[in-house]
Write a protein that binds this ligand. Structure first.
Ligand SMILES: NC(=O)c1ccc[n+]([C@@H]2O[C@H](COP(=O)([O-])OP(=O)(O)OC[C@H]3O[C@@H](n4cnc5c(N)ncnc54)[C@H](OP(=O)(O)O)[C@@H]3O)[C@@H](O)[C@H]2O)c1
Length: 280
């Protein structure tokens, strides 16, 4: 089979497509023919070997030696005699070790049947980010209907899913993202959106409600747990504060983009909305 591996740490150039032996699956494992693979921060950490301390971890070394990628969707090709819950031919999605390959080995408890309404590509984008968001919202924050939830990085892999899950739990959701993603985040169900790049308005929007800030940020703590390690975050000089609240020290306030943009001025013809709404 073909698969993507690496011999050294570095940028994406270190990843190489090579001919590899087909993986051997155990008695309680299944062999998946990969149709699509997701690419999340796990791939970046293994590829770059950053932050440096992770290189000291034996488990990290073991994973690095194999094929990259963990998020997967595909079709069960073969099944071990002790593997239960799945059958050959099932369309599945979930987590394996080495999804950037034609074949991957997985455990049945880390794979589920793919909903038919999802394409393979859509399904492969969900598993790790989706579980991270689900655990943060449901298990850690235990979000209840009517609560206010603030999702930092709402335009990212975890954040886009966290917004939708929090909304599905009946919360009032505020998403923090760059302005260019405001429409996306709003379309996912956020009631309000804050542009973290704007140096005004944090206090006006959320900072004045300390109780809201404390409770609302907790769901983001898990998803943001590694945020400080990202080069972009180091540039911003972000630091972790008591309850998982990440902010650049010099930007305690940002402008809130209204959830309901003011009505556009009347246009002069059918289909003419008079231009894009003013996000302020
Ligand atoms: N994905 C996973 O499965 C997973 C699992 C466990 C932990 N994590 C960790 O969770 C974090 C998020 O992961 P991800 O996959 O969602 O990453 P991502 O797709 O790169 O998204 C990160 C988001 O953070 C936003 N951001 C950057 N600076 C910000 C600031 N100052 N304030 C608010 N938002 C800011 C960016 O927003 P803009 O693009 O709008 O600028 C970006 O969309 C990462 O640190 C990751 O290591 C991820």
């Amino acid at each position: 089979m073909k698969g993507i591996v690496q011999d050294r740490y570095g940028s994406a150039d270190v990843l190489q497509l090579r001919d590899l032996a087909d993986p051997v699956f155990g008695e309680d494992e299944v062999l998946v023919r990969v149709r699509a693979a997701g690419c999340g921060p796990d791939v970046w950490h293994l590829m770059t070997g950053l932050p440096y301390f992770v290189r000291l971890m034996p488990a990290f070394h073991k994973m690095r030696a194999g094929v990259r990628g963990r998020d997967v969707s595909g079709i069960v090709e073969a099944i071990g005699p002790n593997a239960t819950g799945l059958s050959v031919g099932d369309e599945v999605m979930g987590i394996v070790e080495g999804s950037f390959a034609e074949l991957a080995v997985g455990r049945p408890d880390k794979l589920v049947r793919k909903p038919t309404r999802l394409s393979f590509e859509q399904a492969a984008a969900v598993p790790i980010s989706g579980l991270t968001a689900l655990r943060a919202i449901r298990d850690v924050a235990k979000v209840q209907p009517g609560q206010k939830v603030l999702v930092l990085g709402a335009g990212g892999g975890v954040g886009t899913l966290a917004v939708q899950i929090a909304r599905a739990f009946g919360a009032e959701v505020t998403g923090v993202c760059s302005g260019s993603k405001a429409d996306l985040v709003r379309s996912l169900g956020a009631h309000d959106v804050i542009d973290y790049r704007e140096p005004r308005g944090w206090k006006a929007s959320v900072g004045r409600d300390r109780r809201h800030r404390r409770k609302a940020t907790r769901p983001c703590a898990q998803a943001s747990a590694h945020a400080e390690q990202h080069p972009r975050d180091r540039r911003w000089g972000r630091r972790r504060q008591g309850d998982g609240w990440f902010l650049p020290p010099d930007a305690p306030r940002a402008r809130a983009i209204t959830a309901h943009p003011p009505a556009a001025p009347p246009g002069d013809g059918e289909g003419d909305t008079g231009g894009p709404p003013d996000p302020r």
